[in-house]
Design a protein around this ligand. Sequence first.
Ligand code: PLP
Length: 210
Amino acid sequence: MRIKERIASSCAKIKSDPSGITLLCVTKGRTLGEINEALEAGLFHLGENRVQEAREKYRQLPSADWQMVGHLQLNKVKDALKIFSLIHSVDSVKLAVEIDKQASRMNKVQDILLEVKTSFEETKYGLAPDALAPAVEEIFKLGSLKIKGLMTIPPASGGQIEARRCFSLLRRLRDETDPSWLLSMGMSDDFQIAIEEGADIIRLGRAVFS
Ligand SMILES: *Cc1c(COP(=O)(O)O)cnc(C)c1O
């Protein structure tokens, strides 16, 4: 697979092991037929950005590993917890509190990533970099979720230099907070840069399906 070669070449640049990179295949808008092809090609971790769409696909393919990458509304949390092994997009303490409340009712511990807004775009979701430490302090008190790392989305039109700046900032924030945390960063147009900047999980849609 061409993507595997590109992952390997970026890993070689920073002398890291490609087996340490998780490829999350983002299946939003894709048909079950397309998703089945991806599964047959050996992909296993699937990302969705809407609970409703994910719920239908999960019903058809319950044995794949589904992860949430899109903004999660408070009233969708309960459904989300039934589907996703990892929620990448926890962008407020309020959302974390709701996840904790629902997870505790279901007797589960939900793995999450905190989404950080590393760019200056107005519209993006995510915690501001200087809101991260106080948010982590609050979220650490919650017993039914576990922070596994950080996620970011660079501006769509920012170009590669801006993407690298965003990824490098996310890594610095991670190193300052908990060096064992994972970094979810890099999409089809910039995943090689993300790997060079230390990504553990890359989230690819178009690169897989086109
Ligand atoms: C759609 C999406 C992706 C995948 O985007 P591509 O550019 O198709 O690789 C990754 N992350 C999030 C949060 C997304 O919404």
